[in-house]
Design a protein around this ligand. Structure first.
Ligand SMILES: C=C(O[C@@H]1C=C(C(=O)O)C=C[C@H]1O)C(=O)O
Length: 413
């Protein structure tokens, strides 16, 4: 199912120019109408307005989006005075986790402001250049309350126990099971509120918002830049205690934990196998490092490669999705078990979210530590990799720790 946006039929007129914004945080520019963002440590892209948009769904969602993007790029009239990855025409996308159900989207904003190193630029798409100045700041959500999503903690633990049973029976090796948490607010959420807080507090993560899906993900499904490809694979988690010395000891435990190393190895393998056909050379480190985030620590591996074919970042994302970090091993059995026992729809949670430019370069993260804006509030998501030795109670605690970034970012204080 594809509904081409009417605006996409006229050629887009695109202009990128350098701008000087000193140290102004890019998020401060965002108005409340149709904001998009992809930022890490103050660098990246923000945008607003809709110049063109594609809505799609089903198993052809990635190829529909790729075709629409190529056609739109081919017709665009582009004057790019900067020439960096992310300048000229760019789209932002958020893709459903599963073939069914779920909707996917690509959006081309009317205005994009990007920053890379000490260069900042403005791209306009079929609109006059706006004056770049801080927008009126967002207000915190009023009347914030949280309630269980599809399953309460007890119910979810029994789903985890069921999965452990299936793994013990030899049906599969690993499955990632997720749950949701509902946040209700008196007024529709101004997503810029949590975005600013996530960007401040989760510097190691990519703070994103595309069409209601927002969060701060630590996991890079794929970045393609000038022929080089990178994926940051995470799997294996331990909660932080708040006491730095204890956390260092826990990090050492994590790096030696056979349960976590096993879970991690599945995830790295799935990424390396999917990238291999596209790469002439690859570097897959033998042992993971420990990534420290404010709420949790993860086993992490950066897989790098040189791409030898013309695969765009979105095509690479399609071939990597779902990696064993969010699906499981083997993938078909894991995805079938998720659909059978998870008991909720993931929508765009754990799907690829990111951006791409006209050359196909781009960054697609996995939409984790994320939430979806709904009519009455927000739906938060968290998932955990389950293997033979998983303990339901520990997994429940891990899922709660994974809610923390978005949960805290919604608070007023
Ligand atoms: C599924 C999530 O996280 C994934 C699962 C992990 C794990 O089980 O250890 C770690 C990082 C992510 O790859 C999530 O945050 O929702």
């Amino acid at each position: 199912m594809t509904t081409p946006a009417s605006a996409s039929t006229a050629p887009l007129v695109v202009r990128t120019v350098p701008v000087d914004l000193a140290d102004l945080p890019l998020l401060d520019l965002l108005p409340d109408q149709d904001p998009v963002s992809w930022l890490r440590r103050g660098q990246g892209l923000v945008g607003w307005g809709v110049a063109a948009r594609l809505d799609t769904a089903g198993h052809t969602r990635f190829s529909d989006a790729g075709k629409w993007w190529s056609e739109t790029v081919a017709r665009a009239e582009v004057d790019d005075r900067v020439g960096e990855p992310g300048t000229g025409l760019v789209c932002f996308g958020a893709f459903a986790f599963a073939d069914e159900p779920g909707d996917s989207v690509l959006v081309i904003p009317q205005v994009v402001v990007g920053r890379r190193g000490d260069r900042t630029w403005l791209t306009t798409v079929s609109v006059d250049a706006p004056t770049l100045a801080p927008a009126a700041p967002p207000s915190p959500p009023a009347g914030l309350t949280f309630s269980d999503g599809a399953r309460n903690g007890e119910e979810w633990m029994s789903v985890v126990a069921e999965a452990v049973g299936r793994i013990a029976a030899g049906d599969l090796e690993k499955v990632v099971l997720a749950r949701d948490l509902i946040a209700s607010t008196d007024e529709p959420l101004d997503v810029r509120w949590p975005l600013r807080r996530l960007a401040d507090q989760y510097e190691m993560c990519w703070t994103f918002h595309v069409d209601g899906l927002f969060g701060a993900t630590p996991e890079m499904l794929v970045r393609r830049e000038r022929g080089l490809v990178t994926s940051r694979v995470l799997a294996g988690t331990i909660r932080r205690t708040g006491d730095d010395e204890r956390d260092l000891a826990l990090a050492a435990t994590l790096a030696r934990s056979s349960k976590d190393l096993e879970e991690h190895e599945y995830a790295v393998r799935s990424v390396a196998d999917a990238l291999e056909p596209h790469c002439s050379s690859m570097n897959v480190p033998e042992a993971p490092f420990v990534l420290h985030l404010p709420n949790v620590m993860h086993l992490a591996t950066d897989v790098n490669g040189v791409v030898h074919d013309m695969a765009s970042s979105l095509q690479l994302a399609e071939s990597l999705h779902p990696s064993a970090a969010v699906g499981g091993t083997p993938t078909p059995a894991a995805v079938a078990l998720i659909a059978e026992i998870e008991g909720m729809t993931r929508d765009r949670y754990a799907g690829p979210v990111g951006w791409m430019d006209a050359s196909g370069d781009g960054e697609w993260g996995i939409a984790l530590r994320s939430a979806m804006v709904t009519a009455g509030g927000v739906r938060l998501f968290a998932g955990c990799g389950i293997v033979a030795s998983s303990d339901p109670e520990a997994e429940l605690a891990e899922s709660q720790a994974k809610y923390v970034p978005v949960r805290d970012a919604l608070e007023a204080g």
